[in-house]
Design a protein around this ligand. Structure first.
Ligand code: G4P
Length: 527
């Protein structure tokens, strides 16, 4: 007899781990992803993940802009099996030009892996992505990469996590030597020594020990590294945070692993520990309370819409995170916002950049739905219910451009395009008071480029963008806003819903405006 449904559901949910890797460009995200996929046997050649190195793009039909820039404009999803687990990695663009999509993708993850270059420490993009994860309170695992190079002192790196990000850490392992002298790690959890072997460091020797006082440690680590290692480990035991499972789950304590992705060193132990500690798909908040992933009724929400995967067909793919129940191809679900029933006929799954039709999927999985223009970011699909998942957060724009249409006769198409792209969540639109000029706000430069491209390709409109000096937008909650108060290094504008917003050129300008208007509230997002 086959397994009964609830038991099967439980097994499927419990084996899933859905996470995103957050890092600054060049920290080694592509390399780490390749290695993880290799362990799972998901791909034959590690190199295939690196689609951005030209050749792959020649055959793909992704946006022209992707080909030109050689980057992945929007993130995709990779899936592999390892040791009884089903792992979903949500890819977030590693390029500086990340966009709001990157942030939204993080909401579909149940945990995050923070990848840090040992020489560079915590960098800007990591910091931004970390803050989004922090707000959600998801567990964050840290992999300190490039230990085969001269990096910062490990204690300094931990200090930086605390100072810059405000998160406490627990080193799961500790490096023995570093740079050219990097010998391996001492695993504090498993009390074992893992050593690089051979010229190319490809062989790894693992020796179980009773603790770091074990004479065997000295023997294998070598006289030269031993004293330092013992000193460090003692200091960690005395002054470091104790391991606390609850704090890991609430994202207050990050387990830290040292390794070198390119040498495949520390990746496997990292993966195994991660799978052990990372959460299974968790209940998600909705307008009718928490939705249990084990519920038999299917539900999910759209966190990203990717346009123009095939420009010839102008099709879009809506990425759906499954939150509960089992997904089956062809099933009928309620599209809650418009209140319509729809049939999910052509669901797709993503392995690196290849698309496959998916027959069934479970909570934690991401599926791509063919979108003839009916979905919006944040939409809920569900069976047997009439609730919506908590709206996705919007992010405060940091880059601003005045936008005008080059050919005034095209004004109608221009407006249509802007409306559509705003609705998709691609850009935020503001109007100046009086002159009614249009200002666009985004979180990444790439969003402007995508806008220019799509306005031309899809609406036949050439736009002119003129960058403005503003860096911050704050929504003002104040009955009688006086525009005169916001003229120095700032400007008062209105958003689409006629809320007042002030754009500031600097943090200083923002602070002083707040000081001068103590009764007003300044919000990062629309109220
Ligand atoms: P990203 O996706 O985060 O941007 O980083 P990516 O994996 O592309 O890695 C950035 C560079 O860092 C690459 O070198 C990569 O080989 C190197 N790298 C990754 N992990 C390690 C490591 O553990 N140790 C050392 N020493 N280097 C590492 P590149 O020369 O820029 O690119 P490539 O030509 O090697 O692909």
């Amino acid at each position: 007899m086959s397994m009964n449904m609830p038991q099967k559901m439980q097994e499927e949910v419990e084996k899933r781990r859905t996470f995103a890797i957050i890092s600054h460009p060049d920290a080694g995200k592509t390399t780490l992803t390749e290695k993880l996929l290799l362990f799972g046997g998901a791909i034959r050649l590690a190199g295939t993940v690196k689609g951005r190195k030209a050749s792959k793009h020649a055959t793909s039909d992704w946006m022209e802009i992707e080909k030109q820039r050689g980057i992945s404009v929007t993130s995709s999803v990779m899936q592999f099996d390892y040791d009884g687990h089903r792992v979903n990695i949500l890819d977030t663009p590693g390029h500086q030009d990340f966009s709001e999509d990157t942030y939204r993708t993080l909401t579909a993850a149940d945990s995050a892996v923070m990848l840090i270059d040992s020489a560079k420490g915590v960098e800007l993009q990591t910091k931004k992505l970390f803050q989004v994860c922090r707000k959600r309170g998801i567990p964050i695992f840290t992999f300190i990469n490039k230990m085969d190079r001269e990096g910062q002192n490990p204690f300094e790196l931990l200090e930086e996590l605390e100072q810059v990000l405000g998160i406490r850490s627990y080193p799961m392992n500790w490096p023995i030597g570093s740079g050219k002298q990097f010998r391996g790690v001492y695993d504090r959890q498993q009390t074992q020594v893992e050593l690089f072997q051979g010229d190319d460091h490809k062989m790894i020797e693992v020796r179980k020990v009773s603790g770091y006082e074990d004479p065997l440690v000295k023997e294998i680590a070598g006289e030269f590294f031993y004293d330092q290692l013992i000193q460090d480990l003692e200091l960690l035991d005395v002054a470091g945070d104790p391991f606390d499972y609850e704090k890991v789950q609430s994202g207050e304590l990050t387990p830290v692993f040292f390794g070198s992705a390119i040498n495949n060193f520390g990746v496997q132990t990292f993966l195994e520990n991660f799978l052990e500690l990372a959460p299974i798909p968790t209940p998600r908040r909705s307008t009718q309370g928490d939705i249990d992933p084990l519920s038999e009724q299917f539900s999910g929400y759209v966190f990203k819409i990717q346009a123009n995967m095939n420009p010839a067909h102008r099709d879009r793919i809506a990425f759906l995170r499954i939150c509960s129940g089992k997904f089956e191809r062809g099933m009928s679900v309620k599209h809650v916002r418009p209140g319509k029933d729809i049939k999910l006929a052509q669901p797709q799954q993503f392995l690196a950049q290849d698309r496959d039709i998916v027959e069934e999927a479970y909570p934690g999985d991401i599926i791509g739905l063919f979108d003839p223009g009916i979905f919006r970011i944040g939409d809920t699909l569900c069976q047997g219910g009439n609730y919506e998942f908590d709206e996705l957060p919007t992010f405060s724009p940091e880059l601003f451009s005045k936008v005008t249409v080059k050919n005034a006769l095209k004004h109608k198409q221009f407006q249509k395009g802007i409306d559509q792209l705003t609705e998709e969540g691609t850009i935020q639109v503001f109007r100046t008071i009086g002159f009614d000029d249009m200002i666009l706000g985004v979180v990444g430069q790439l969003q402007f480029e995508v806008l220019e491209y799509r306005m031309k390709a899809e609406y036949g409109v050439e736009v002119q963008l003129q960058r403005m000096n503003f860096q911050f937008a704050r929504w003002i909650v104040d009955k009688d806003v006086d525009p005169a108060k916001f003229r120095i290094n700032s400007q008062l504008v209105k958003d689409k819903k006629n809320n007042f917003v002030v754009l500031f050129e600097s943090e200083y300008a923002m602070r002083s405006a707040m000081d001068k208007n103590p009764t007003a509230q300044f919000l990062e997002n629309a109220p």
